[in-house]
Structures are given as C-alpha cells and as structure tokens.
Design a protein around this ligand. Sequence first.
Ligand code: ASP
Length: 603
Amino acid sequence: MAALDHLGELERTHSCGALRAADAGQTVVLMGWVAVRRDFGPLTFVDLRDRDGITQIVFDAEDAPEAHARAKEVRGEYVIAVRGEVVLRDQSARNLKIGTGEVEVQARELLILNEARTPPFQLDAPPDKLAAEEVRLKYRYLDLRRPFFQNVLRLRARTVGEIHRYMDEQGFTEIETPILIKSTPEGARDYVVPSRLYAGRFYALPQSPQIFKQICMIAGLDKYYQIARCFRDEDLRADRQPEFTQLDVEFSFATREQVYRLIEGLLARVFRLVGAELETPFPRLSYAEAMRRFGSDKPDLRFGMELQDLRPAVEGTAFAPFASALEAGGEVKGLVARGGAHLSRKQLDELQEVVKRYGAGALAWVKLGDEVSSSLLKALGEESVTRLAAQAGAEKGDAVLVVAGRASVVAAALGALRNEVARREKLIKPNTFAPLWVTEFPMFEFHEEDGRYYPMHHPFTSMVDEDIPAFGRAVEGGETHLLSGIRAKAYDAVVNGIEVAGGSIRIHRRDVQRLVFKALGLTEEKARERFGFFLDALEYGTPPHGGIAAGIERTLMALTGIDNIRDLMAFPKTASAADLMIDAPGAIDPHQLEELHINIGVE
Ligand code: ASP
C-alpha cells in the first residue's frame, strides 16, 4: 500500500484537457486519475485523466528523483496531484489525436492522494471490446469515468439547460408537481409506495404529471413546464427505462399549430448544440398516411423505401397466402431494396426472421439480377412475378420484399423490415436529421384480448372537430364500431425514427370527458373513484388547453445517434428494471414492513 499524501491547500491550476503549446514554460498543478503508467527506466510516463481530457506527465529520474521514485508506486486509477512544468513534446512524440498532445508536464512533485483497486474491467478498451454491460452497470462509477460518459452527461446537462432557457424565454413557468400521488392515466402499471399512516393505502409514483399539468391550466397558471421524472412499470423494451425524464409542457388556449411551433423552435435550438440545423416547419404526416407509406407511426424519413401496395399485381391470384389475405380484407405490400439483387439466400432468411417477429407468415422476394429469381416463381410464374416487381417500382439490380396478411401485421412487419434493410444496406447518411410531425392519431384502439377500446394516447385527449358527430353516434347511438375511426388531436414529433415528443389538445368540457369515459367502458362510479377530483375541477371554468411531453433521453438518442437509452443517463436500470450498482429492488427489514402494514407472507 502506498503511503498517501494530504492534499492540504494545494489547488489545481488547470484541468487535464486544458494545456496547449502556448502554455509551455508555465508551472502547473494537475490532479486526476492515472489512466496509464509506462516505465522506461529513468523515465516514467503517466497519462493523467480527468473529465476534460488526458495530459501526459513525465517523471525524469535525473530531473526530479524523488517524484520519479514515487511514480513507481502509482497504479491504474490512483488519484494523484502533480506539480510541474509544461514543455513542448518532441515533434515525433506529438499526439494530435488529443487536444493536449503537443505538450507534456515535467513533474517536479507528486502527491498520491488515494489508491485504487484494479478495476474489474478495462476503462480505455475500444468500443467493440468493452466489458459486458452488466459488469459496467455494477461498477457504474468506474464506467462513468470514461470520456464517452463524461461527454454524454455534459451534453445532457447542456440540453436541459437550453430547454430551461427556451421555455423561460417563451414565457413558461416551471412548476414542480408531486412525486407521491395517485394512479395516473398513461396506461402502464404504476410503481406504488405503501403508506405508514394510512394502513392498506398506497401512493403511486407519477407515470407523468398529466393531471397536475391540466389542473395548472384550471388554476390559471397559463403556461406550465417542468423537467419531470416519470415512472412506468412496463415490460421493458430496448428504448425504455422504468424511470425517465421528460420536458412536460401545457398551456391554455392552445392550438395544435402553436404546439408545433413551440416544439419545432425548441428542438431546433437543442439540435444546434451539436451543430445540426433542423429545418422548420417540420413536414407532417397523418397517422393513417404514415402507416400506409412507411408501416410505422414513427417513420425514419432519412431514406425512402416506401411501402408499395401490390394488390393490383396479385388481385385474382390463386396463390393461397396472397388470395386468403386479400379475401379476408388484408393486404399484399412490399418494398424495393435498391441494388438488393445481391442479397444472398442467407440474408433473405435473416430478413424473413424480422418480419416473422412481427407476426407475418413469410417473406416473399423477387430479385431482378441478370435473371429474375423469386420465391414466388413456382407459384406465380415468371410473368406475374415480373408484373409484381414492376408494380413495386423495382428496376434491374433491385429486390422486392413482399408480405401478405392483416393490414396491421403487414404494416408492422414491413415497417421493421424497412429499417433493417436501411441499416444493413447503409442507406442512412451519418449526421442527417429528419424530423416530422405525425398527426391525427386514432382516439381509441381496440384490444382483442378483452374486447374493449383503450385510449391510444390517454383519456383526456380531445378528438378532431370533424369527428365529433360520429363520436356522438358511437357513444349515444350505440354504433360502437365507429370508435375505431375517430381521430384525436394528438401528435408526435419524430426525429430519425425516434418518437421524441407526444401530446394532444385536451378535453376541457365535463360533458365531453364523461362521454369519452363512457366510450372506454369506464362507469361514472369508476371514473369518480380514479379521477373524481379532476372531474370536479373541470367544472370550475376550465380553459381549452393542450400540451406535449418530450423525452430527454429520446431527444438525446436522436441528437447523438446513440441507440442504447442506458448510455444517456447516469444511473440507469437494466432491461429487467434492476439497479445492479445499488442492488435494487432490495428487501426491507421486518420492522419496516410492519410499520407499513405489509405482510408478505414469508418468515
Ligand atoms: N402525458 C403525456 C405523456 O407523458 C404527454 C402529454 O400528453 O402531454 O406521454
């Protein structure tokens, strides 16, 4: 064990990323972590790292024998302070890859401030050689030392700072809403917190501040925003976390156009932080058009490859998979992979796996190479296959990928396939940004499992004015099936295939809210039980209002191209909602359980 020195009153003069050729001759004090130590007899080199960068320190046995001897004791991740002189490196020893690469510090004095155990993984491993994520999550404090995270977390802070400035300039008031509340309406499971004072009662953590922000409008606060933490107990997908942060916004007398302008201005500002110019206004696609053309409600518009309706080419076919799909009211659609004639059997099989994951039975294909080849050749004959390829708009050298089935399955399968083909064929130019609004989402979606309608956004979303009569007929005239066609004043902002923000104009009238609850099969009693306070509030002069929420992590994903959401937050949880560093969730002691009136049925 190294003898440790006291920091005393010694102060840093520079960070480890600061020194340049112009600083040569200065005496400096640097502090940080030992990234690497290299011994060459009378010379020892240490790469000293802090959040700003790395500076090379030289310990010369002749020059400063004491410091040189001491330097032999330091190991990786030891915390040291060095006083020395900035000198220019020899021409041949310059490292232009790092900002400090023209200089080094000739150490005169070394303080060892703390030692470190050997880290369980290599911090400076190249990205493709990094240790398994579980190990890095367990030792998150070590992983966060890597420049990658230092940069990400600072960009995140700058992003949030920019958001605060923008919202303030736009006249919005930041209001904090509570974390211990009752169930909210976003449709995921709640995280609940038992109450000590009220036996058998529970708080819920907010899935979003939705009801509170609407209440802020009723309270005349007019323009609300908050950087809000949200908690959703969902089965996690790659881009989800049980707790995440969003910019939450609501304002009174809102129109959709005002929301679009506000968020376009915001995203343009934030993207400028990385030097990207988003063109405004963003293009818009209705939900129906997005699904039809791209098979997705968050289409990536950085590339084309639109879905093609192949019905005209296969209408009347005897080929059972196509015929039965069309007969049942389904679709036969495809997309053209430009230059895809080179796709091998193995690659086509892999693409088939993608569509199968989304419920499609199979992937049919046509390749227009020197000869026409196709999985459909036997079933349809060459003429029909050629017609189908022409209908899709394919040319020599291309491949057509075809899926048949229910419209929703065809859309989901081809939507995913479109992204996969673009990724594999490298159709996406780096550093391009394609924002858009997806508008007019359906109000309701029907769930086959329990045979009822659910809100597609949440139950406080209002419908487009033109659909009010049909809505009336659906709820009061018993024509329930009409609910599927009712469109909401709901919108998502999408960038590069990532849904960065979503919101809606809300219902501000008690009578309309009552009808929506009815459409959702929520009895008056149940509605009162869950949202009674809110329904009461609606009766005291609620202004028309609307809003939106933009995910901070999602925005950063679009901004940086980093596709792992855990890489964009300091202390994330795993895909199975565990915090490996603090080992949460954890047990609590019997005494605590008792106080909380909880009997978990084990000794
Ligand atoms: N509460 C919604 C959400 O968190 C956003 C909104 O409607 O403003 O997704």
